[in-house]
Design a protein around this ligand. Structure first.
Ligand code: GTQ
Length: 346
């Protein structure tokens, strides 16, 4: 039996004296706050089928003009965390954003950092600090904390992308804020992934003393896919084919809190990711398969989104015996590493 006292063991008079002095005894809560076993967890494994979310997002395109919305986004909410709290995991916000041909989403900057993963449509672009970044399906775009960014669309079909932000944490820290400014109207020219950072291992010489923490803001999917395919050919069958998106100058994760990686599952492959301290969200870029997360099993198709809560076990299966599957993973592992308790275990 626990030797810890519960609050009800204390006299009512004493408890009300504590409450009126804005005090609480620690001991009834200690083992919940700092668990001796698995951490207390509210978030649950979740899965969203893309076609269902897409249909509702397209309806938002009719119902809400961009001028009114600023950002036309449906937020994927983990019911375990309360659906009004707009959290996919304790630290990760996930939204699907729609922009229609000819629309602009105004220029702003904010304290949370964001990534965009393009889900469908061509002709969209995000401008970050004067650099115009084309958005093709599978491309990753960074809009780090404090950098001005706006979105636009010169194509002819709806463009949809996944937003992942560290917003829940920044909001919890009571430091979430934004500023607005006029549109940047950046010139159309190749972005730095096509010029300065064309190949891993080669940098423009001047970048060796450039202190810019965010030198590259677009990671084209075409190149990541090729790199994964090449890596698969040189990786043992029982090892995971996974590439981290990193800052090309420091080799470190691109953002302070959120980590981004891409995984390839070979035809028929099952990959046991074990358990990790961090939470994660996967997005299917290509392929069909399933994810077993703790006691849940979710089948996935292209563009679906799945939540892996902190400390959950996760096994991924590629259900095609002839084609590879590609997943993008967003997690909060960079923060866990900085805090010194990142761990992978069984
Ligand atoms: O596109 O800048 O999903 O500021 C949430 C907040 C997207 C954006 C979101 C944002 C944005």
């Amino acid at each position: 039996m626990s030797k810890l006292q519960s609050a009800t063991d204390l006299p009512d008079k004493y408890l009300s004296a504590l409450a009126s002095a804005n005090l609480q005894p620690l001991w009834p809560s200690l083992r919940t706050l700092i668990s001796h076993g698995a951490p207390a967890r509210s978030s649950i494994p979740m899965h969203w089928n893309y076609p269902q979310v897409r249909e509702l997002l397209i309806q938002a395109g009719d119902l809400t003009p961009i001028e009114k919305a600023e950002r036309r986004v449906l937020v994927l909410c983990n019911p375990g965390l309360g659906i009004d709290n707009l959290q996919a995991t304790p630290s990760i916000y996930i939204g699907l954003q729609l922009i229609l041909p000819g629309e602009d989403a105004p220029n702003h900057r904010h304290s949370p950092s964001a990534i965009r993963l393009i889900v469908e449509g061509t002709g969209g672009f995000t401008t970050v600090e004067g650099e115009r970044l084309p958005m093709e399906p599978g491309d990753l775009i960074l809009t780090p904390s404090g950098l001005w960014h706006e979105h636009g669309h010169t194509g002819s079909e709806p463009v949809i992308w996944m937003d992942a932000l560290d917003l829940p944490l920044i909001y919890y820290l009571e430091t979430s804020q934004a500023q607005e400014a006029p549109l940047q109207h950046a010139p159309i020219r190749p972005d730095s992934s096509q010029t300065k950072f064309r190949r891993a291992g080669l940098l423009p010489y001047s970048q060796l003393h450039d202190r810019n923490p965010y030198p590259m803001l677009r990671y084209p999917w075409k190149e990541a896919r090729e790199a994964l395919t090449e890596l698969a050919g040189a990786t043992d069958r029982d090892a995971l084919v996974q590439l981290a998106y990193v800052n090309p100058i420091t080799g470190e994760e691109c953002l302070p809190i959120l980590g981004i990686s891409a995984l390839m599952l070979r035809p028929g492959e099952s990959a046991d990711l074990g358990r990790r301290t961090c939470s994660a969200v996967t997005h299917v870029i290509e392929g069909i398969g399933s994810s077993e997360i703790d006691d849940n099993a979710f089948n996935w198709n292209p563009r679906d989104i799945t939540v892996i809560p902190p400390h959950a076990s996760c096994t991924l299966h590629n259900q095609s015996s002839s084609k590879p599957a590609f997943l993008l993973m967003v997690d909060d592992a960079p923060l866990h590493r900085k805090l010194g308790f990142y761990r992978e275990y069984r």
